[in-house]
Design a protein around this ligand. Structure first.
Ligand code: 5AD
Ligand code: FES
Length: 353
C-alpha cells in the first residue's frame, strides 16, 4: 500500500520533488482539497520568485507550412485543408514594431518546420528585430533543427527556444508522431539548445490520445531532471482534419493541477497560461494564472493569417486587433490577482539545487 495522495502532495511541497513512481498515484488520487493545497503553494512560490506579475510574449506565427506529420496537429503536411502562408521578413518586423509600441519586450517567432525558413532567413529576421529593439528578447519556436542551425540562430541573437518534448514516454511519443520522428531526436535538440546557451522551453499536452498517468509521471520526472527555463503545457484539443479528430480534449482541471505541480517542482520556471487552456474554458488563462502560471502569449500575427495557423479547432483571439486583445487580457489577468508588466521577463536562475 503506497502513501495517500494527500501525503504525496505534502511530500512534494516539503521536498520540491517526488520519485517518478509517486507522481501517478498523486495524479490518480487528487481531490479538490489536494489541488487547492498545491495551488496555494504554487502561487506562493511564483510570487516569491517573480512577484504577482505576468510577462507577456508577443507571438508571431511566421509560417503555417510544415514538413512534419504529427498526428495531433492541424498544420501537419497531410492536412490538405490547411491554408499555407509564410510571412515576409518585412511583415515579421512590422509585427514586432507594433508589439513594441504595445509594451511587448519579448517576441516569439513560431512556425511549422518549413524548409523555406532557412538559417539565413531566420537569422536575418532575428538580427533586425534585435537591432531595432535591443532591449527585447527573441524566442524561437521552429521545431527540430540541426545543432549547427541552432548555433547560427543563437549567434544571430536569439535568446530562447521553445521545443515542447510533447511526452517523455518514448512509446507514447511513437503513437503521437510519424515513424520518422523520435523522442531521442527531441532530446538531442533540447540538450543541444541548452549547451549552445539558449534558455530552453519544454512542455507537453495534457490529455493527448493514449496518455496515461504514468506518461504524465514521466513528464514530471523529466521536467524535474532537465529543469527547463520555460514549460508550455496545455490541453490537447482535437483538430477536425487530423487522425485524432475523434478524441476528446484534455481537461482544464488536470491542466491546472499540473501547472501547480510543475511550479512546485521548478519554482523559477516561466510557465504560460496557454491559449489552448483559454480555448477549452472561458476563464482558462485566468485559472492558469491562479494555479501558478506567470506568462501569457498574445497573438501579434497579422489578422489576415491568424485563422490559418490552426493547430487545433476553435482557437481563440483570432479576430481581435493586438491592442484589443491585450486590453482584454489585462482585465483577465487583474481578475486573477496579477498585473501585466512591460519587461523582458528573463528566467530567474534557480537558487537551490
Ligand atoms: N491541441 C493542443 N496543442 C497542440 N499543439 C499542436 N497540436 C495541438 C492540439 N491539437 C501544441 C504542441 C506543439 C505546440 C506548438 O502546439 O504541443 O508543440
Ligand atoms: Fe484576446 Fe481577450 S485575450 S480577445
Amino acid at each position: 500500500m503506497g502513501a495517500s495522495a494527500e501525503a504525496l502532495a505534502e511530500k512534494l511541497i516539503a521536498d520540491g520533488r517526488l520519485e517518478r513512481e509517486e507522481y501517478a498515484p498523486l495524479i490518480d488520487g487528487r481531490t479538490p482539497g489536494i489541488g487547492e493545497l498545491l495551488r496555494r503553494e504554487a502561487v506562493r512560490l511564483r510570487n516569491e520568485v517573480y512577484g504577482a506579475r505576468v510577462f507577456i510574449r508577443g507571438l508571431i506565427e511566421i509560417s503555417s507550412s510544415c514538413r512534419n506529420d504529427c498526428l495531433y496537429c492541424g498544420l501537419r503536411r497531410s492536412n490538405k485543408n490547411c491554408e499555407r502562408y509564410r510571412l515576409s521578413a518585412e511583415e515579421i518586423i512590422a509585427c514586432a514594431d507594433e508589439g513594441y509600441g504595445l509594451g511587448f519586450r519579448t517576441f516569439v517567432l513560431q512556425g511549422g518546420e518549413d524548409p523555406a525558413l532557412t538559417d539565413g532567413f531566420v537569422c536575418g529576421a532575428v538580427a533586425e528585430i534585435k537591432r531595432r529593439h535591443p532591449d527585447c528578447a527573441v524566442t524561437l519556436s521552429l521545431g527540430e533543427r540541426s545543432r549547427e542551425s541552432f548555433e547560427r540562430l543563437r549567434a544571430a541573437g536569439a535568446d530562447r527556444y521553445l521545443l515542447r518534448h510533447e511526452t517523455a514516454d518514448a512509446a507514447h511519443y511513437a503513437r503521437l508522431h510519424p515513424p520518422e520522428m523520435s523522442f531521442d531526436n527531441r532530446l538531442r535538440c533540447l540538450k543541444d539548445l541548452r549547451e549552445i546557451g539558449f534558455a530552453v522551453g519544454a512542455g507537453m499536452m495534457v490529455g493527448s490520445p493514449y496518455q496515461t498517468p504514468e506518461c504524465l509521471a514521466s513528464d514530471l520526472a523529466f521536467i524535474g531532471d532537465f529543469r527547463p527555463e520555460m514549460c508550455g503545457i496545455g490541453p490537447f484539443i482535437p483538430h477536425r482534419d487530423t487522425p485524432f479528430a475523434g478524441f476528446p480534449a484534455g481537461s482544464a482541471e488536470l491542466t491546472c493541477f499540473l501547472l501547480s505541480v510543475i511550479r512546485v517542482i521548478c519554482p523559477t520556471v516561466l510557465l504560460p497560461a496557454t491559449t489552448a487552456l483559454g480555448t477549452i474554458h472561458p476563464r482558462g488563462r485566468e485559472l492558469g494564472i491562479e494555479h501558478g502560471a506567470n506568462v501569457v502569449m498574445p497573438n501579434l500575427s497579422p489578422i489576415a493569417v491568424r485563422k490559418k495557423y490552426e493547430l487545433y479547432d476553435n482557437k481563440i483571439c483570432t479576430g481581435e486587433e493586438s491592442a484589443q486583445c491585450l486590453e482584454c487580457l489585462g482585465d483577465r489577468i487583474s481578475s486573477a490577482g496579477c498585473e501585466i508588466v512591460v519587461d523582458r521577463g528573463d528566467p530567474v536562475k534557480p537558487f537551490c539545487g
